[in-house]
Design a protein around this ligand. Structure first.
Ligand SMILES: NC(=O)c1ccc[n+]([C@@H]2O[C@H](COP(=O)([O-])OP(=O)(O)OC[C@H]3O[C@@H](n4cnc5c(N)ncnc54)[C@H](OP(=O)(O)O)[C@@H]3O)[C@@H](O)[C@H]2O)c1
Length: 218
């Protein structure tokens, strides 16, 4: 049994927290307020296994924290936690910098020469940031076997090799085949992982089905 923090109470935060609990771990789901209805309801469904708190509490609870917050808010979320609480923590960044404020389709608030993951790493060097899982719908993140016999790819990138190794182990525990976890290198690879989202959204629109993924063939 391990402990994990989850930032975010949306579909992704709940899906990740649920999987971690299924695997026998304990989770604290952080949000902006202590009385967040979704977090309270989720914690109530898994007494003794799931807890709720503020974003900072997720870092107090565990050394490994999933960032499942709205991408354009992620930096503010971490600012609210405070640098002193982030030292040596592993942040698994699932978020995408999608800006819906000008309508559909969303634009990327950071791209080309940087990424959200790099912006987080640069502002918070205390963290070890690993980008992962942001390229699939959350149902597939925690259950890759639901499509294609589970034989399709997911990506990781990050500056810290041991942090990336830990994330790969977690992904294997989620059901990803080791051979399909493609290490794209340092965190600059997060640019491509995030810039895939406009294509992801168009495929979703064209097929009316978010339960798809990519497989590298050659
Ligand atoms: N949905 C998917 O299948 C999927 C797949 C891949 C990646 N992603 C990415 O995963 C992330 C989470 O997605 P989601 O659909 O679960 O939820 P979301 O609606 O994008 O984000 C929900 C979380 O963001 C927080 N948040 C929103 N605005 C905020 C603000 N102004 N300040 C502070 N916190 C704020 C909310 O906090 P409160 O709890 O306090 O309200 C909530 O916990 C996103 O970055 C998304 O792009 C989603």
């Amino acid at each position: 049994m391990s402990t994990f923090g989850v930032l975010g109470t949306g579909a992704v935060g709940q899906m990740i927290a649920g999987k971690l609990i299924d695997l026998g771990h304990e989770v604290l789901m952080g949000s902006r307020t202590m009385d967040n209805e979704k977090a309270l309801k989720f914690a109530g469904s898994f007494p003794g296994k799931s807890f709720n708190g503020l974003f900072a509490d997720a870092f107090q609870f565990s050394d490994i924290v999933f960032n499942c917050t709205h991408g354009v808010a992620s930096l503010d979320v971490l600012r609210s936690v405070g640098k002193e609480n982030l030292r040596d923590k592993l942040l698994i960044d699932l978020s995408n910098p999608l800006d819906f404020s000008h309508g559909m389709p969303p634009t990327l608030s950071i791209c080309n020469t940087s990424s959200l993951a790099e912006s987080i790493q640069s502002e918070f060097p205390e963290l070890k940031v690993v980008k992962a899982l942001n390229t699939t719908w959350c149902g597939i993140m925690v259950n890759p076997g639901m499509i294609g016999g589970g034989d399709h790819n997911t990506f990781v990138s990050g500056h810290d090799e041991s942090a990336k190794q830990r994330v790969k182990e977690i992904l294997v525990s989620f059901g990803w085949m080791e051979k399909n976890i493609l290490d794209l290198g340092d965190l600059t690879a997060a640019r491509g992982m995030e810039m895939y989202l406009p294509l992801w959204l168009r495929i979703w629109g064209a097929t009316k089905n978010g339960a798809f993924n990519v497989k590298i063939v050659s």
